[in-house]
Each structure stands twice: as C-alpha cells, then as structure tokens.
Design a protein around this ligand. Sequence first.
Ligand code: URA
Length: 343
Amino acid sequence: MGIADRPAGGHRKATDPGANRRRRPRGNLRLGDGRGRPPVLACKAMSNERDSDLRRLAWLVESGADEAIEERPQNRLRPPKPAADPPHETTRPETTRPAGFAERQPAPSDISGTGSPGGQPALWQSEESAMTSSDAAVASARHLAAEAQSIEDLRAALLAFDGCALKATATNLCLFDGNPEAKVMIIGEAPGAEEDRQGRPFVGAAGQLLDRMLAPIGLDRQSVYITNLLFWRPPGNRNPTAAEVAACLPFLQRQVELVDPSHLLLLGASSVRTLLARQEGILKLRGRWAHYQQAGLSRPLPAMPTLHPAYLLRQPAQKRLAWRDFLAFALAFRAGEDPLTSS
Ligand code: URA
C-alpha cells in the first residue's frame, strides 16, 4: 500500500469490504497509485518496483559500492557544465593532494581520464603526475613498513597509510589470519566481499575450501599465517592494478621478514607472478618449487605456486592438480627441507 492510500487516522475498521470500491476518495486520499491503476495492480506494480530496486541495490553492493558517500545520487555520466575558470586548476599545488590518490578522484566529466572539462589535462590527472604520486606512495609504504617491529605495528602503519586508493572504497583493512608464529605462510591475491566485511583474509567460500584442503595435510589456522598481495578489497573483485600491488608490496615483504616462515604457499596467478617475478600462466607455474628472494631475508624461501581456491570453486576438475601441489608442499614442509637445495 502506498502512503497516499492510507487513511490519516490509522486503519479503518473493515466492517464493509465493499466500502472502498463504492466511496469516492476525498482530498488527498486517493485509491490506486494516482496513475490510474486500481489498488491491487498498483500494489503489485510497487512491489515489483521495490523488488527490482532491491535487486539493483544487491548488484551495487556485490560490485563493491556498499557505502553512501553523498546525500544525493549524482549522474556522473552527464556531460559537464563548462568550467567557470579552468586555468586555476593547473596551478593547484601538488602538495594539496594526498600521496597515491591521483587516480582516485576523476572529475565527474572525466571518467575516461582523457582530460579536464576545459580540454586541457589537469595537472593532477596527467600521467607524469600520477606516476610521481604512486612513486611517493611506494616510498611512503617502504618507510612505514620498515619501521614496523611487529605485525600489530604493521596494522597501525597500514591504518595510517593513504597511498593505496582501495582503502577509500573498502570497508575494512584485511591484514592477516592465522598464527604470526607459524612456519607456513600462505599468500593469496586480495580480499573479497566477505573478507572485506570481516577484516580477515580467506573467510569466504574460497577460504572455506582452503581450510578443507589444508586439513588433510595436517594444517589449520593455528599452524599457518595467511595474508594477501593486497590489504583492501578491489571494488567488484576486479584484478589488482600494478600501482595497487606496488603500494602494498612493502607491507607484504615486511610481513615475510617478521613472520620468518620456512615455506611459502602461493595461491593464484597474481601472487605467483608478483612474488616470483614470472610471466607464465599459473597452469605452467603451479606445482614447481621456486625460490622467493627478498633483501632482508637471510636465505631464499622455498615457495610452492598453486591454483587459487576461488578458481577451483569455478573449475572443480582442477582440484586434483592443486591436491598434488598440497601433497608436495606437505612432504617438504614436514621434512623441513628446501626441495631446491636438498639432494
Ligand atoms: N581470495 C583471495 O585471494 N584472498 C582472500 O582473502 C579471499 C579470496
């Protein structure tokens, strides 16, 4: 029932079921929806509209737009009004913009990133400026990460870090799950929707599959440390950009130093390619031990690349490949061996 259909003084007693049909509405009291539809059809139409609104809302939330940031919606696709005084934009001092946020705030008119409303590329949107800004973000990340003496220091550093634009769209920082004393470190790609909600990696469907794969090799969240390449969810679970990976990498590297694991398990192409500096596809790289090297580590760490559990959820037939990798990983880990150096 719509607001206009409701009697002002509460519900009328239903003594005469035909009364509604016979009486003519007075004043603001109208039957139907004011568009000529009788009440039953109007209710049905409204309920359909509400269902489709709810479906749209669910789609937005699923895509990562789960927070209202302004009072009113804005049509960002509408052509821009001509800027009153465009030249001022180009003189905006670089220091007024937080490091790492160059790409985050395109002008409403400039969703394609091709230039400012006045036709000139705005200084803060130019490629050169974006690069300077992401260089600054990486430098700041390195500095903050190097100062952290514990995982909790790293968490505080990430909470203070503004060099990764994903922070602005994520709900929670998602740093790690498991045990910082563990000798097995698992590195995935990026938090998904459930991880973003809970602020812990691998707690959604992929995480549950991961737990089911770890259990048969005698591992669980008490015996592993789990983290990701990125610490905030990319909107709509899109692939990470190079700038996002670069800004988060120093924090990941510092985690490796602080946790000091004996073996790494790398899940999925992004994590494998980034950490092992390889370009091949994951189906080629998986199952082959490789050394993970990093300045600041006393030795290279044996790393097993394998398929991501989210991929396995979509391609269950590939689980047998991942299972082989998990078994090989468990054998080396249990023996305390580096399979690349032991004879
Ligand atoms: N996929 C990942 O790579 N990481 C998570 O934390 C969840 C899903």
